[in-house]
Design a protein. Structure first.
Length: 292
């Protein structure tokens, strides 16, 4: 989310999910949370991201990044970046470095947006790199490339058809209210406006929250609640304004009520809701699916 000359402050997010299994019945899973901070710093340097702060919950650890978020549990990682980051470089590094247990599933996703010139590589090239690396690591790995015409490119690989990922949900509210964005770009009003936006509902009261206000403007939040994580990234740019949410929290009434509050407050021109389901399929509602 760093501000750079001639580059939009925050483009649509890129996402990597990797789930690890066990090598045999007598061996434990790859425990990602046992890895030192230096490992994650090195991995993130490959995509030009750095760690701003760390939040440790009972079941997960969340890293708030200069370019979005990283969340890890014992056996699964979720890395979200934005802007001109090369997520593919971090992905190939992590796949090569984390070899003590087999990879059960990988999900690699990159959104289409109005500023794709900020992306330093083509998605097809990224997929070729992933396919080549997996071919070296695991024979018989099944690979599938999925193109979501209206919203994003997606690629996934999994060893067994029965393997499932924890359900993930992504919500993007695009082209936000211009008056709200103006207030969010005023240093004297940013904090109060963000708190009114995110905290006026009680949904986050039981979460372990870490947040960062960027200069000159922009906001990121990581939150943990038991096995659940939530990331929020807000960019109030005059063009391409975006409120992006990623979570594995179930679609409860409280969660839906919070999303409805956000949508009413930011008044987006476009709403995108996507889910990474246990069967590793995307449900793409890019045609402005309304939140209930």
């Amino acid at each position: 989310m760093k501000t750079k000359a001639n580059v939009v402050f925050n483009t649509a997010p890129k996402k990597l999910v990797i789930r690890f299994g066990t090598q045999s019945q007598n061996q434990k899973r790859q425990n990602l949370r046992d890895l030192p901070l230096s490992f994650w710093q090195l991995a993130l340097s490959h995509c030009k991201a750095s760690i701003l702060s760390v939040t440790k919950g009972a079941q997960q650890t969340a890293f708030l990044l200069s370019e979005s978020s990283l969340v890890i549990s014992d056996s699964e990682l979720v890395l979200i970046t934005c802007g001109d980051t090369r997520l593919i470089d971090a992905a190939t590094y992590l796949i090569a470095a984390l070899t003590t247990a087999p990879i059960e599933a990988i999900w690699f996703q990159r959104h289409k947006d109005a500023v794709n010139h900020a992306n330093p590589s083509k998605f097809e090239h990224d997929c070729s790199q992933l396919n080549a690396q997996l071919a070296l690591l695991a024979k018989g790995q099944q690979q599938t490339t999925i193109a979501a015409e209206h919203s994003c490119w997606q690629w996934h690989a999994f060893e067994q058809a029965s393997i499932s990922l924890t359900p993930h949900r992504e919500v993007q509210l695009k082209e936000l209210s211009s008056s709200l964005c103006e207030r969010l770009r005023e240093p004297s009003r940013q904090v109060n406006e963000i708190k009114r936006l995110l905290y006026s509902d009680d949904f986050l009261k039981d979460w372990l929250v870490d947040e960062h206000l960027f200069t000159p403007h922009g906001f990121s939040l990581n939150a943990l609640n038991g096995p659940h994580y939530l990331t929020v990234h807000l960019s109030p740019e005059p063009q391409h304004s975006l409120l992006s949410i990623d979570t594995n929290y179930p679609q409860t009434l409280a969660f839906q009520r919070w999303l409805t509050h956000l949508e009413r407050t930011v008044a987006p021109s476009k709403t995108l809701v996507m889910s990474l389901s246990p069967s590793i399929r995307s449900q793409d509602s890019a045609t402005a699916k309304a939140l209930a």
